[in-house]
Design a protein around this ligand. Structure first.
Ligand SMILES: C[S@@+](CC[C@H](N)C(=O)[O-])C[C@H]1O[C@@H](n2cnc3c(N)ncnc32)[C@H](O)[C@@H]1O
Length: 216
């Protein structure tokens, strides 16, 4: 069977993203980048997991594994998985921890059986995904009552460059709060929480949002 044009475009896009992150991996763990840009969203994901009491958790697009490793150390669940497409990012993740199970794969086609997990989190990566496909996949791999928490860039106002990229149908896009609710709803989740990621005022140039859904 010949793959559709959309599938081929998505595959080419994913290959480009993978190459970029493999190249960028060595710079990714810089302390100030982590502290001011990425950590606030990770804090929100951990708070959602703590409240849910999840025991078998996967961090999707885990990058160099900072969040997955924090989940293991701070929450002590039974199993933690980190999934990413980039070999470079995963190589750093493997050096970080031997207690997380690192796996290679795209968010849109996760390496888990149906209903295997009770929580899926993803931070600072959702804008790269085929968003409806990834959320459907999160729903598939969760057991009933399972939690999905996604923190993503969601500008308060669309910048001209984003309007341009939307009009050029760039597959990377930054959903509004309403878009996120509709994506979660479309994948079958009941939304249990949505709020702006709490971050220090001087880092609010990063405008991100966390949405939490439960598989009924
Ligand atoms: C900005 S980093 C975020 C890493 C980590 N989640 C964090 O909060 O630090 C984006 C990551 O998303 C991964 N990625 C992008 N698209 C992906 C996809 N479709 N499936 C899996 N991983 C993906 C990249 O390889 C990269 O490691």
């Amino acid at each position: 069977m010949t793959p559709s044009t959309t599938t081929t475009q998505r595959r080419a896009f994913n290959d480009g993203i993978t190459r970029f992150w493999t190249f960028a991996a060595p710079a990714y763990d810089a302390r100030c980048l982590q502290r001011w840009v990425y950590r606030p969203a990770q804090d929100e994901a951990i708070a959602a997991l703590r409240q849910h009491g999840s025991r078998r958790i996967a961090d999707i697009a885990c990058g160099t594994g900072i969040l997955a490793d924090r989940i293991r150390r701070e929450l002590g669940p039974d199993e933690v998985y980190g999934v990413d497409m980039s070999d470079g990012m995963l190589a750093q993740a493997r050096r970080r921890s031997a207690d997380v199970r690192w796996m290679k794969g795209p968010a849109e086609q996760l390496p888990f059986e149906d209903g295997f997990l009770d929580a899926v989190v993803s931070t600072s990566a959702f804008h790269f995904f085929d968003q409806p496909a990834a959320l459907r996949e999160f729903h598939r791999v969760l057991a009933p009552g399972g939690l999905a928490a996604v923190a993503t860039i969601s500008p308060r106002q669309l910048l001209p460059v984003q309007l341009l990229s939307a009009s050029l149908s760039n597959p990377a896009h930054n959903p509004s709060p309403a878009d996120m609710r509709s994506l979660f709803d479309g994948a079958g989740f009941e939304i249990s929480d949505q709020h702006r990621v709490r971050r220090p005022v001087w880092t609010q140039v990063v405008s991100d949002l966390i949405t939490v859904g439960i598989k009924a």
